[in-house]
Design a protein. Sequence first.
Length: 86
Amino acid sequence: MNSQTTFASHFEWLGGEARVLALAERCGHPRLRGRHLPFKVGVLERDQWVACMDQAMGETGVPDDLRRQLRDSFFKTADFMRNQEG
Ligand code: HEM
């Protein structure tokens, strides 16, 4: 998946269900969890991933309200990506 498509996935994920469906039509269903199965994603990896996104949002000046909202959304999806207990 190239970076443009990766950007599009994030953009469309943030835009809600209708946009995710539009993405699915263009590129096939994202199947994000399945694509992460070759990699160990546990609590540590989830939390580090969310911390990196949060740091990036801080460095790029995302306003606090939006940052909190996005951190929650990122956490939920990152937790869904988890494929190990620990
Ligand atoms: C909101 C949660 C997440 C989103 C939206 C997300 C999204 C993506 C996307 C779009 C890709 C591109 C590759 C593909 O789809 O085949 C990818 C790859 C990857 N993600 Fe995630 N991801 C998330 C969480 C995580 C977490 C928690 C980890 C754990 C460290 C992780 C590790 C990886 C790895 C190792 C790759 C492969 C990178 C490569 O091929 O170089 N992701 N992710």
